[in-house]
Design a protein around this ligand. Structure first.
Ligand code: ADP
Ligand code: MG
Ligand code: MG
Length: 886
């Protein structure tokens, strides 16, 4: 296998590896592809990710083959450009760029202008005829190389530049003349030499090149890259590719520029070119927020009321060419592209393209629009939207009617609203968030070192940087609202305060940011419910058309049911009845029932609960008429309902007339060492049948009443929890049937209903064939099934689960995403055995996993009939179910 692939110039490789992202990284693959479709790409070569892994494995050493192959690949660049690296008269300069298979913006390092030294800078001056440009490039190179390769403190160089500008009374870098840069280069070299204990800045160009390659390889293992991968579920064993590419220069005066662009608006999805550029600058200047960039299009500039010319106005020819490239790239990749370009003396060069990161809102709009334009098919549109991203859209936004005390307005960098306490650094953000505070991270600008703080924060506010600054890009990726470039914000890090215009705020004060408008408000602004029409509705409709599984909800109040129906729920998959027992005013009857000495005592207390429970069911059934409603009979261990503390016992004594001592004795008798495996679930129904009788009666009476009122009945599915044996279900099913017949007789009417069970014990899964003879349906209770299969208590697992995931023992938290390998086998087995004895058995899942896309994909494969998720997860489940069946 080749270690290196060439692109640009005459490079042609029929080897599919040259365009395989896992081999040459995303950047390399796309540079290769752009060159091949005829776009202007500076020539270069890509070192494979395999070489990176080999290097790291060898303890940071290059293979002989790589050394050899890089030399001949360099020749490809030199021949194409007609310049040689290190040539004193006419030097080739290159960039050395990292590029992993999955893009990690800003996470790894790049070096520009490599190949400059004290001699080649003179040659560059002569051939370019531009001394200022040559020395500007040299000082940039020293600065970047010292930081990225030599590991020196970049603050030292920035400081020296600031002081130089101050001394001369300059405001912008562009005011620096050739002589000024020359002086600064001397100073930079001195700083580097001092910091390296007397060793001078490397002048030898091949040493420079290998140093930079080494640094890119090493950056794969840097702390911040590791953190980013952990947060984004990117495996650690992929490695990064290295791209070495001929430099093109955006800093050759006023006909040169550099920019970042999106083929459509990544925040809203609007079909409009979107981006920023800077005249007489190099690539990193735009992202780093050193100068405030200019708009790409005239429309955007006018819209923002900015006066500096847009690219469309300042460089109409290069702009027109760029617009053509946008269209070509969208057609080619059939997706919104995120692009880096440079204009060198009027000529356009493409430096990068990739599918652009987008907000959830934009993802929806792009998918629906592109399907409408015929760029992609409806099925593809469904696959384009990450179901979990919908979460961003389903949550409230700022109430447009509510008063806003606007402190300032910056750029609308990432939409959504967030309120929280001001924090001024990433560590504080994490600390406060961990103790339960909502925080807004406020920074001059962010850098990759701030990632953990951005993650911990509800939203991000920066004083500097544009729409494509680090803060903006990362916030959009994370789904955090962000306002960037709010230049009225001045931070005093020592005093831990900030001033916005004339207002002074301190760390801990609450602000609200509106990332869609760019506004920053004092205090907390109230929110309103999300908009469920438009693109959202369209995509959901498509998803519904393509999915096989039904989607129900886990809900136990009429409000939850209504919400879930708005979100598209097609029934209830799990209604827990125990929460109704806790409701105020009822708990004493529940306690009286539990602590009663005998059946008669229990029945007396249950009689008080019957009307309450009936009205609960009634109000739920009213919302769910015509739909299946799985009602689970009482499940938790009784002791959960017991009184705690003296006061509660006394209160109960008063209510029941039993002495406190008597109640306490009964409570002691009910104590369990391991309640999760104790007297709970169907075991309660077996030992105290009167409890389930009351619940069944309440349920059937409510169903008959609602049917009589509305002419349409819900379809109750009575679910018996924690069954391990067929006989348990046989007994309890008979009980439910008997109560149903009693109620139907009394009411003179009938409703359809089913009796079934949860599969949440390994034995139940194994015995599913027998159990199915009694069960009309199975609902996989994967929370308990995970606990009982893994022998891990969900409530006690927090202490060891995170380390387990970090060490790769579990790929993900098994309570969040189903353990498909283990627990999944039990599900598959139960499905198979259940269907053998009852071919039309209904199968669903009601654990937390019913709202997790990866688990939903498994459910589809296992052939379940439906998944059930909490109301807010219903749309996520609808989309995930559609994706799973495509
Ligand atoms: P990142 O992945 O952080 O964006 P890149 O490797 O893309 O890093 O490069 C950083 C910046 O340098 C980008 O703006 C890019 O366009 C610019 N750049 C990279 N290579 C070249 C080159 N050969 N000529 C001119 N600019 C370049
Ligand atoms: Mg880039
Ligand atoms: Mg359970």
């Amino acid at each position: 296998n080749d270690t290196v692939y060439n692109f640009g110039g005459n490079a042609k490789s029929s080897d599919p590896r040259a365009k395989d992202k896992t081999v040459v990284g995303g950047k390399g693959a796309n540079l290769n592809e752009m060159a091949e479709i005829g776009l202007p790409v500076p020539p270069g070569f890509t070192i494979t990710t395999e070489e990176c892994l080999a290097y790291l494995e060898k303890g940071a050493d290059f293979s002989e083959k790589l050394r050899h192959d890089v030399t001949s690949a360099l020749d490809h660049i030199e021949t194409t450009v007609g310049k040689r690296l290190g040539d004193k008269a006419d030097p080739l300069l290159v960039s050395v760029r990292s590029g992993a298979a999955i893009s990690m913006p800003g996470m790894m390092d790049t070096v520009l202008n490599l190949g400059l030294n004290d001699e080649t800078v003179e040659g560059l001056t002569k051939v370019s005829g531009d001394e200022r440009f040559a020395w500007d490039s040299y000082r940039r190179f020293i600065q970047m190389y010292s930081d990225v390769v030599l590991g020196l403190d970049h603050g030292l160089f920035e400081e020296a530049l600031e002081i130089a500008k101050e001394d001369k009374g300059f405001y912008a870098d562009t005011e620096m003349a050739a002589e000024d840069w020359k002086e600064l280069v001397a100073e930079f070299k001195q700083i580097a030499e001092d910091e390296r204990g007397g060793e001078p800045f490397p002048q030898e160009v091949t040493e420079q090149l290998w140093g930079a390659i080494r640094a890119v390889f090493d950056s794969w293992d840097s702390e911040r890259a590791k953190v980013y991968r952990r947060l984004n579920d990117i495996p650690h064993d992929m490695g990064t590719a290295v791209n070495v590419q001929a430099m093109v220069f955006g800093n050759m005066g006023d006909t040169s520029a550099t920019g970042v662009a999106f083929t459509r608006d990544p925040a809203t999805g609007e079909k409009a070119y979107y981006g920023e550029f800077l005249i007489n600058a190099q690539g990193e200047d735009v992202v780093a927020g050193i100068r405030t960039p200019q708009y790409l299009t005239k429309a955007a500039r006018e819209n923002a009321g900015a006066d500096k010319a847009s690219m469309e106005e300042a460089m109409p020819e290069a702009y027109a060419e760029l617009a053509d490239v946008f269209d070509l790239l969208e057609k080619h990749y059939r997706d919104m592209q995120d692009i880096e370009f440079t204009v060198e003396r009027g000529k356009l060069w493409m430096l990068q393209t990739r599918s652009g990161k987008r907000t959830a809102k934009a993802a929806l709009k792009l998918a629906v629009d592109m399907a409408g334009e015929g760029l992609i098919e409806e099925k593809e549109a469904i696959l384009r939207v990450d179901p979990m991203a919908l979460d961003q859209l389903l949550h409230p936004t700022l109430d447009p009617e509510a008063p806003r005390d606007i402190l300032t307005t910056g750029l609308p960098a990432s939409p959504g609203a967030a309120a929280g306490k001001i924090v001024l650094d990433a560590d504080t953000a994490e600390l406060w968030a961990n103790r339960g505070d909502k925080v807004i991270l406020v920074r001059v600008e962010t850098s990759p070192e701030d990632i953990h703080g951005m993650h911990a924060a509800q939203g991000i506010l920066t004083a500097r940087g544009g729409m494509t600054s680090h803060a903006a890009v990362v916030a959009r990726g994370m789904g955090r609202p962000c306002v960037s470039g709010a230049s009225a914000v001045a931070i005093d890090r020592d005093a831990r305060t900030l001033t916005i215009g004339t207002r002074e705020l301190r760390e801990g004060d609450v602000i609200t940011i509106d990332g869609a408008k760019g506004q920053v408000m004092a205090g907390e602004v109230p929110t309103v419910k999300p908009e469920l029409a438009g693109d959202f509705a369209t995509l959901m409709e498509w998803a519904d058309k393509h999915r096989r599984m039904r989607v129900r909800t886990n809900a136990e109040t009429p409000d939850d049911c209504r919400m879930a129906r708005q979100f598209g729920a097609e029934g209830i998959g799990l209604c827990r009845t125990e929460h109704m027992f806790f409701e105020a005013g009822r708990i004493s009857a529940v306690r009286e029932m539990i602590l009663a000495e005998d059946e008669a005592g229990r029945r007396a207390a249950l009689a008080k609960l019957l009307p309450e429970q009936r009205s609960d069911f009634q109000s739920i059934f009213e919302v769910m008429v015509g739909l299946p409603c799985t009602i689970r009979l009482l499940d938790p261990p009784l002791h959960e309902f017991l009184p705690h503390g003296e006061a509660e016992f006394e209160e109960l004594a008063k209510a029941t007339g039993h002495p406190v001592e008597h109640l306490k004795r009964r409570a002691d008798e009910l104590h369990e060492f391991n309640p999760m495996l104790g007297h709970r679930g169907c075991r309660l129904g077996i030992t105290y049948p009167e409890i389930y009788e009351m619940q069944a009666r309440a349920l059937f009476e409510a169903a008959c009443d609602v049917a009589a009122q509305s002419g349409e009945a819900p379809v109750p599915e009575v679910m018996i929890p924690l069954v391990a044996t067929r006989r348990e279900l046989e007994l309890l099913r008979a009980l439910v049937d008997r109560v149903a017949e009693d109620v139907f007789g009394e009411k003179g009417t009938r409703v359809d209903y089913l009796v079934g069970t949860m599969i949440e014990l390994p034995r139940a899964a194994l015995m599913a064939g027998e159990i199915a003879q009694e069960a009309r349906f199975f609902s996989f209770g994967t929370n308990d099934l995970t606990q009982t299969t893994l022998g891990v208590s969900r409530d006690d697992s927090a202490r060891f689960l995170a380390p387990y995931v970090d060490k790769g023992i579990f790929a993900r938290d098994p309570f969040v995403s189903l353990d498909v390998d283990g627990v999944g086998q039990l599900v598959e087995l139960a499905v198979e055995r259940g269907r053998v004895s009852r071919p039309d058995i209904k199968l669903g899942i009601c654990g937390e996993h019913g709202g997790d896309p990866a688990s939903i994909a498994f459910c589809e494969q296992a052939g379940l009939d439906y998944v059930s998720a909490s109301p807010y997860r219903v749309p996520i489940a609808r989309l995930a179910a559609a994706q799973a069946s495509l």
